[in-house]
Design a binder for this molecule. Structure first.
Ligand SMILES: NC(=O)C1=CN([C@@H]2O[C@H](COP(=O)(O)OP(=O)(O)OC[C@H]3O[C@@H](n4cnc5c(N)ncnc54)[C@H](OP(=O)(O)O)[C@@H]3O)[C@@H](O)[C@H]2O)C=CC1
Ligand SMILES: O=C(O)CCCC(=O)O
Length: 490
């Protein structure tokens, strides 16, 4: 195991674990194989984690299955007390959790701290929601009979999570799962396993019984095949690309698992003639450049009505010039690196394609002089609708500005995508606000608002952006089964 203490000084070095948590034991892969995790800002190895295979994944599932009866039998109030403690521990250790996250993911330290608080908020929220899982009494249509509806934990869940939100995408899944009385196996992205393992350390300290929280790392094919194929897993929750979501859905089909899929987006961001342009610029900055453009709800297509197009582009250019690119550990940095060299190539490809079709570079447009995975915050104008960037999620710091004439055209362009996760628009006319909000095909609509993420709201998409909702009172439903009791002879 690598000595990580010098590279990443933490107040509590025990939070950085290079082993996996199965049934409360901290273990290595049977093969002894390990995966190196690199800091995307420096290329340095942050540490190593076990390369678990199918057998170890099956053991983690068996541990969750064994822990299930006692955990589901506990009072929701008792589970909530443990979850509340976990929430408090996350906040108490926020500096260390943020440092671990920035080291493995690259986002600026302030954003990492924000994510730790966001991640903890799901634990707190669902600790409370778990106490309010009510059933129903349905009035019968015959004398002497009654119908009672119970909601019960679905069983063992699996969570497969991405690298862009190494903590929050876990707690948004495991929080409702644990609160509902389910036990689980968490399989984080290979690029960002340390945040997940640190959460397992804190869950243990919070008093979570052995086997309730298992975290495994390893090749996605093998671990994924077991998590989707094992009949003991009754629920899979995935956040990641639509392409992988499709594969996982297929793999879950033989054992008919309940699935939640939070997949790719291609968010339109409409700026109408009547918008407050300064507010719209702020909204784009918050939505587009958050996490260096690497979120599934980042504005991907900025559609600007022709009357305000030039003024908006000029204001956006000013705002982008204030961004500071660098290692997220450095003070003042607002844009960290992209996750890996492939991500940089994809951004370059989208820009080159747009330029070939007549777009103009207003800001950035190239790799950053710092080299590595750093890229300049970019604005493109006059982007045509046949550009690749119109169809595909860029997942990088590129704001492409498209032009539209009428409200109808704006809505049509916004909906011209197979995806439908988030959509945003800025306008002031109240009639327009309703027409556009109702006309947009997306699960989340930001209206004069660039940040739509909060634990109190249902997060999820329509069309090929996924299935199900996470967060809010609805987020626990996917971890519950409905059972109805038909009572006769009364
Ligand atoms: N909706 C979202 O929030 C996200 C969307 N994306 C989109 O996807 C693109 C590619 O990013 P990428 O990281 O490759 O996303 P992926 O969908 O490939 O990865 C997401 C998670 O799924 C795992 N995974 C990948 N393949 C399998 C498999 N066959 N079985 C089980 N698990 C699997 C990954 O593991 P491992 O890390 O080992 O590969 C990771 O934990 C991005 O550019 C972006 O457009 C990406 C991340 C999040
Ligand atoms: O990009 C994602 O994978 C999820 C978006 C994070 C959020 O805003 O909740």
């Amino acid at each position: 195991m690598l000595d990580t203490t010098a590279k990443l000084p933490l107040k509590d070095p025990d939070l950085l674990r290079q082993s996996n948590c199965i049934n409360g034991e901290w273990v290595q892969a049977d093969s002894g194989k390990r995966i190196a995790v690199r800091n995307p800002a420096t290329g340095e190895v942050v540490g190593e984690v076990p390369a678990m295979g199918r057998a170890e994944t099956a053991r983690a599932i068996a541990a969750a299955e064994a822990a299930l009866p006692a955990w589901r039998k506990m009072l929701a109030k008792e589970r909530a007390a443990i979850l509340r403690k976990l929430h408090d521990l996350m906040l108490a250790n926020a500096d260390d959790l943020a440092a671990i996250m920035t080291a493995e993911q690259g986002k600026p330290l302030a954003e990492s701290k924000g994510e730790v608080a966001y991640a903890a908020s799901f634990i707190e929220w669902f600790a409370e929601e778990g106490k309010r899982v009510y059933g129903d009494v349905i009035p019968h249509n015959q004398q002497g009979r009654r119908v009672l509806v119970l909601k019960e934990p679905i069983g063992v869940f699996a969570a497969i999570t991405p690298w862009n939100f190494p903590a929050a995408m876990i707690t948004r899944k495991a929080g409702p799962g644990w609160a509902a009385g389910c036990t689980g196996v968490i399989r984080p992205a290979s690029q960002t396993p340390f945040s997940a393992l640190a959460l397992a350390v804190l869950a243990e300290r919070a008093g979570m019984p052995k086997g309730v929280c298992n975290v495994i790392t390893g090749p996605s094919g093998e671990t994924g095949a077991e998590l989707t194929g094992n009949p003991a897993v009754r629920k899979l929750s995935f956040t990641g690309s639509t392409e992988v979501g499709r594969i996982l859905l297929e793999q879950c089909a033989p054992t008919i698992k309940k699935t939640s899929m939070e997949l790719g987006g291609n968010a339109p961001f409409l700026v109408f003639d009547d918008a407050d342009l300064d507010a719209a610029v702020q909204g784009v900055m918050a939505s587009k450049y958050r996490n260096t453009g690497q979120t599934c709800v980042c504005a991907n297509r900025i559609l600007v009505q022709e009357g305000v197009y030039d003024a908006f582009a000029a204001k956006l250019k000013d705002a982008v010039s204030a961004l500071k690119v660098g290692n997220g550990m450095e003070p003042g940095v607002t844009q960290g690196p992209l996750i890996n060299p492939d991500a940089v190539k994809k951004v370059e490809e989208h820009i080159a394609d747009a330029l070939k079709r007549g777009a103009l570079v207003v800001a950035g447009g190239e790799r950053h002089e710092k080299g590595g995975n750093f890229f300049q915050p970019t604005i493109l104008t006059n982007v045509p609708q046949d550009a690749q960037i119109f169809r595909e999620e860029t997942f990088g710091p590129v704001a492409p500005l498209f032009r539209f004439k009428t409200e109808e055209e704006g809505i049509r362009l916004a909906n011209d995508s197979e995806f439908g996760l988030a959509a945003y628009f800025y306008a002031r006319d109240v009639g327009r606000i309703f027409r556009v909000a109702e006309g947009l095909e997306a699960g989340i609509i930001g209206i004069n608002e660039g940040i739509i993420s909060t634990e109190v709201a249902p997060f999820g998409g329509v069309k090929q952006s996924g299935l199900g909702r996470e967060g809010s009172k609805y987020g626990i439903d996917d971890y519950l089964e409905i059972k109805y009791l038909a009572l006769g002879g009364i």
